[in-house]
Design a protein around this ligand. Structure first.
Ligand code: ZN
Length: 235
């Protein structure tokens, strides 16, 4: 029997009684497992295998890569994310981001730490938008989708602090090249590294959160359910 810390990414009903779970685990990354009778028996799983709960999942490995999840023990509940609608949506976005950025069975403990860090900050009532933007940049970097914020995608020169951003080209385009290339508006790389500036200009943070959300969707070729809510968000 194996056991490790995990978050629930997705839970899909299977038949009358079971769930197929997609978990993000500390040591094995994203895994899927079968929770038998979980739909009918609240005792083993009730309230524990839920979003925004860090739990210790115990499971058996079967042949063919199948895992049977036996039970789960609560480690930490991020209660504010369950009770506050805005934090619930940010938390849901974070789980979706982890899901689309990570392949199955690829350990990524830093990603696990980034998710725990974000949930902790949100649960402690810290300013959500800068925390979400930092989480986006960090998880893109940790999964090999890091946007290039330094070298111009056209000419290769340092694009400087203020540059255009091309989602399709994966990063910045300097202002000299930008007039000829498609662009997503000017961005400032200094801003992206400074939490103090973010706190002062939350309206800019929203723009960046939306930009990197579209970037994530474009490069993973996956649509995030949360993006509809976020596209409508204004500060
Ligand atoms: Zn250039």
């Amino acid at each position: 029997m194996n056991g490790q810390e995990a978050y629930l990414l997705r839970k899909t009903p299977y038949g009358e009684r079971d769930y197929v779970l997609t978990l993000f685990t500390r040591e094995s990354g994203k895994i899927s497992g079968f929770a038998k009778n979980a739909r009918t028996s609240g005792k083993r799983f009730g309230g524990r295998i839920e979003p925004f709960v860090l739990f210790r999942a115990r499971y058996k490995e079967k042949s063919g890569g199948l895992r049977l999840v036996d039970d789960a023990e609560t480690v930490k509940v991020f209660r504010r994310l369950m009770e506050d609608i805005e934090l619930f949506l940010w938390g849901s976005l974070a789980l979706e981001i982890v899901d689309v950025l990570t392949p199955k069975d690829a350990p990524n403990e830093e990603m696990f730490e980034a998710l725990t860090g974000l949930f902790t900050e949100l649960d402690e009532g810290k300013s959500a938008l800068p925390a979400v933007l930092e989480f986006q940049l960090r998880t893109l970097a940790l999964s090999g989708y890091e946007p290039n914020l330094v070298a111009c995608a056209e000419c290769g020169n340092d694009a400087g602090d203020r540059a255009y951003f091309s989602i399709r080209r994966g990063g910045v385009v300097c202002t000299a090249c930008g007039s000829r290339a498609e662009n997503g508006g000017l961005i400032s790389r200094e801003f992206l590294g400074r939490r103090d500036l973010m706190e002062l200009h939350l309206e800019n943070v929203v723009k960046y959160v939306k930009l990197f959300l579209r970037f994530t969707e474009y490069h993973t070729e996956r649509k995030l359910n949360s993006s509809k809510f976020i596209e409508e968000l204004t500060v």
